[in-house]
Structure formats: structure tokens, C-alpha cells
Design a protein around this ligand. Sequence first.
Ligand SMILES: [Zn+2]
Length: 140
Amino acid sequence: MIKYRLICKNCNLSFDSWFASSFEYEKLKTKKFLSCHYCDSKKIEKTLMAPKILSKTKKVNEKKLKLNQINEKIKEYQKFIKDNFEYVGDNFTYEARSIHYNKKKKEKNIYGTASNEEIKELKEEGIETEVIPWIENKNN
Ligand SMILES: [Zn+2]
């Protein structure tokens, strides 16, 4: 469904009307099925809904801004982890288990990748992990 603001070229009345698609609007217009609510003229034109378009753009920008802020936070978090944690990659579940069960004297922080299933298994064994969103930095 698409909403168009239509304007009557005869009496200048503008009104909103719903169409299944822009194609349907064109079809109805060509067949002269569109008429003015007030003067019944067939001189109906589609107008651009400028205010709606503006508010939509604003919302998108706000969303983009928020996303950027979140991305910045994640990047900060990633930097902290990279500086303080040891990267173990796909060995994450193995390393997490060996730390947990062998009670290694020197506790080390690790980070790596694990599937949801693996994380669930670790949790069941009492190994708490934290899942964080990760942005791959293509420049690295
Ligand atoms: Zn009219």
C-alpha cells in the first residue's frame, strides 16, 4: 500500500488517497478513475509529500548516529580486550575449559570465537563467558 497526496488542478483541493502500488495509481489515473472529492474534476495530480520525506530522513539520520555511537563503544571495548586479553581464536572453548578445570595458577583472560552451542555447553559446566558483538576491522 502506498499513500499519495493528490491535488485537484481545478479547485486546488488536496487529499490523501491509498493505492496498492504506484502502478495502480498510474492505471487509475490513465483510465480517469481518479476524481476530485469536491468538484469531481478528473484533473488530479500527485504531489510530493515533502514534510513526510523530511521527517523520515531525520529519523534515518538519528538511527545512523546511534549506530555510530554503538559502533564506537564496541570498538573501545574491542581495543580494551585486544590490549588485555589473549586471542585464542577457534580454540576458545578448549582454552576456557583448560583454565576452568586445570585451575591454572596464573589466571589469564582470553577471547576468541565460539558457537552458540559451545557457549551453552560452557555455561552448563559453570564456565561463564561473555558474548560481545564484534566488528571486524578491515584496516587491520
Ligand atoms: Zn476539485
